[in-house]
Design a protein around this ligand. Structure first.
Ligand code: PBG
Length: 315
């Protein structure tokens, strides 16, 4: 009877698996702060996506770890870049039976670690991220990812105007059918720590992203960010992180009519793994409770490193 009346459901079709693919390695590399998650090789990511699809997880989002980083992150839009290669591999393997999403940002690709192009020397206190110069780079990345087979591009850099710039670039290149999942309400969270290990990213000079990511003291600006992105052409919007931001997910869900995604981020996953490894909490119970709570708050889609675990549990 409890199942009969339960208000919330969690299904593999709602999950997106984040995957890291690193250029120039011959074996998958474990990520110490993300137990069970690896940096994939070009070959191992193909096996992983096939296994996920067989388990019913039919959406993935790719993050690249390039061998060479530079000031503007040019490997992010190089047709020979690791994500572009992987998109072509996966399209050849699976056609459109899996939704291929590509994270669209440059922090994994820049030698200074910021999500955009700088207007001065890295590490100098007077240097800022140049918003509009960054939009030109994002437009090039979007077209390169779409050319390589991305069905969804997911801009995560929080630059103003990024969705509009990307939509115009995609349309101009004949990619009208490529969708945009906007990381709209992305907070300047301490919970991204393990992710930065996963993509070998650190900000030169010890800076932070508070000039472009949201202040976690604020809720209303999340609605403004989401509405701006939808006006610019976002097909889906995201709130990130997830568990400390269930109020934001609920408010966004009430305010918009497009699908709402939530990203259960690296630090949320790492806390679950660390506490359960110590026997302090029950992994499976807390994992299920967490993902279900994110759905209850209003997320239609959840990006989570638990996707494969959940699919295997249900299999
Ligand atoms: C930026 C990006 C980040 C994450 C996803 N996209 C890191 C950041 O903004 O610092 C974090 C994801 C996670 O922590 O799991 N390209």
């Amino acid at each position: 009877m409890r199942d009969l009346v339960a208000e919330t459901s969690l299904d593999v079709r709602q999950l997106v698996a984040p995957l890291f693919v690193r250029e120039g390695i011959s074996e998958p590399q474990p990520i110490v702060s993300l137990p069970g998650v690896v940096q994939h090789t070009r070959a191992s990511v193909r096996e992983e996506v096939r296994a996920l699809a067989d388990l019913g997880v039919r959406s993935v989002i790719l993050f690249g770890v390039p061998a060479i980083k530079d000031g503007i992150g040019s490997q992010a839009f190089d047709p020979e870049g690791i994500v572009q290669h992987t998109l072509r591999d996966l399209t050849a393997d699976l056609g459109d039976s899996v939704v291929l999403m590509a994270d669209l940002c440059v922090d994994e690709y820049t030698d200074h670690g910021h999500c955009g192009v700088l207007d001065g020397p890295a590490g100098d206190p007077n240097t800022s991220v140049d918003n509009d110069a960054t939009l030109e780079v994002y437009a090039r990345i979007a077209v390169a990812q779409a050319d390589a087979g991305a069905q969804v591009v997911a801009p995560s850099g929080m630059m103003d105007g990024q969705v509009g710039a990307i939509r115009a670039a995609l349309d101009g290149a004949g990619h009208q059918n490529v969708a945009i999942l906007a990381y709209s309400a992305k907070y300047a969270s301490g919970l991204y720590g393990p992710f930065r290990d996963a993509v070998d990213c650190a900000i030169v000079g010890g800076g932070n992203r508070k000039a472009y990511q949201q202040d976690w003291r604020n809720a209303r600006e999340a609605i403004a960010e989401v509405q701006a992105d939808i006006a610019q052409g976002a097909d889906m919007v995201m709130v990130k992180p997830a568990l400390p931001y269930l109020d934001i997910i609920a408010a966004v869900k009430a305010a918009v009519n497009v699908p709402v995604a939530a990203y259960h981020v690296s630090g949320e996953y790492a806390m679950l793994k660390a506490a359960s490894a110590n026997g302090w909490i029950d992994h499976d119970a807390v994992a299920l409770e967490s993902l279900t709570a994110i759905r209850r708050a209003g997320a239609d889609i959840i990006l989570t490193y638990l996707a494969r675990w959940f699919a295997e549990l249900r299999a």
